[in-house]
Design a protein around this ligand. Structure first.
Ligand SMILES: NC(=O)c1ccc[n+]([C@@H]2O[C@H](COP(=O)([O-])OP(=O)(O)OC[C@H]3O[C@@H](n4cnc5c(N)ncnc54)[C@H](O)[C@@H]3O)[C@@H](O)[C@H]2O)c1
Length: 326
């Protein structure tokens, strides 16, 4: 049976990817410090190793018998990364170099890396393609790009890697068993849903004078289950002998902040007035990725493209687990 190590497998995307791998017949090991993830989110069929991707001992234990690695561990908050850029660089770029070295030492050569579309910074054009310039505008994006560069170096030594770049991930397992439980939560859909669930009077949106169809920012949203599917296709591609590459993953359709609010109101049946705050510095008007390469090479395409479907699954999770995994 093919055995896959998922680093960060106790986090939001990692826990759902682990569950999906197990349901697809893979054997799984999860390596996570649990500092930002939840033991309860790890499927009991997976072997759990509590430890860091920066610990040789923990990595060696977790890698034992593995055929491939999906690396999702790391820190993900843009604003926090601006406050403590050195920590982000250490956690996202330096510590996982231990993982790369240990993979090469053991001959585990297939790596799927969860990068981010934040590596592109403010794009010159949309939809963004994989060969467009990478000029991150925050420390989070810079730290992920720094690790991509380490991967490229390791490819000279025989590693083969799929690097996925994506924007906003949302939704939950359709049965509401696993979902997003960040603390603090900075992502727009869970924030809006929490506010509606708690009968807040206002929903805040940043900026209303962007050159978009309704003046609010347009972003790409991907259902977490479509993302899990892409990661499994990335593993299969590498284990079938496919070449390493960068792939953007997106819905192909952008939704404006107001459209997301409307979807949240429709799905929840609850109302709250929208108030507009000032635009956040460095927030581009439109961020949408072209996923043509992932479609052509991996045969991947998102199955859940309507914003209502994404919000419906997130809402079901919110109602089932109002305090997340606590
Ligand atoms: N959530 C999104 O919208 C989004 C968008 C683009 C890219 N990504 C990328 O996807 C990945 C997963 O994101 P997420 O939303 O699931 O984040 P998450 O915070 O829910 O999960 C990350 C997990 O990594 C663990 N971790 C942190 N440092 C570690 C270390 N040194 N060693 C081992 N484990 C460690 C945390 O405990 C946590 O469980 C991240 O790499 C992120 O950069 C996420």
């Amino acid at each position: 049976m093919t055995k896959v190590l998922v680093t960060g497998g106790a986090g939001y995307i990692g826990s759902i990817t682990t569950r999906t791998l197990l349901d697809s017949g893979y054997e799984c090991v999860v390596l996570d410090t649990l500092e930002r993830g939840w033991k309860e989110a790890v499927d009991p069929r997976a072997r759990m190793v509590v430890g860091s991707v920066g610990s040789r001992e923990a990595v060696a234990d977790a890698l034992d018998g593995c055929d491939a690695v999906i690396h999702m561990a790391g820190y993900i908050e843009v604003a926090e990364s601006q406050r403590i850029p050195d920590v982000y660089f250490r956690v996202n770029a330096v510590e996982p170099a231990v993982l790369l070295a240990e993979m090469l030492r053991r001959g585990v050569r297939a790596l799927v890396f969860s990068s981010t579309a934040a590596v592109y910074g403010e794009p010159d054009r949309v939809p963004i393609a994989e060969d467009d310039p990478t000029e991150p505008v925050n420390a989070y994006g810079a730290s992920k790009l720094a690790f991509e560069r380490r991967i490229v170096e390791a490819e000279q030594e025989g590693l083969r890697a799929v690097r996925f770049r994506y924007f906003n991930v949302a939704g939950a397992m359709p049965d509401a068993s696993l979902g997003e439980a960040h603390d603090p939560e900075t992502h727009i859909i869970p924030r809006l849903l929490s506010a509606l669930r708690d009968d807040a009077e206002h929903l805040e949106i940043f900026g209303r004078e962007f050159p978009t169809r309704d003046g609010t920012c347009v972003r790409d949203y991907l259902h977490v289950c479509d993302l899990a599917d892409a990661h499994i296709r990335g593993v299969e591609h590498l284990l079938d002998g496919g070449a390493g590459a960068v792939f953007n993953l997106g819905n192909g359709v952008g939704f404006s902040n107001l459209e997301v609010v409307e979807a949240c109101r429709r799905v929840t049946g609850r109302e709250a007035e929208v108030i507009f705050g000032p635009p956040r510095p460095g927030d581009p008007a439109v961020l949408v990725a072209s996923s043509d390469r992932a479609r052509d090479v991996l045969g991947w395409q998102p199955a859940r493209t309507s914003i209502d479907e994404i919000v419906e699954d997130a809402w079901r999770w919110h109602l089932a687990r109002p305090t997340g995994y606590r």
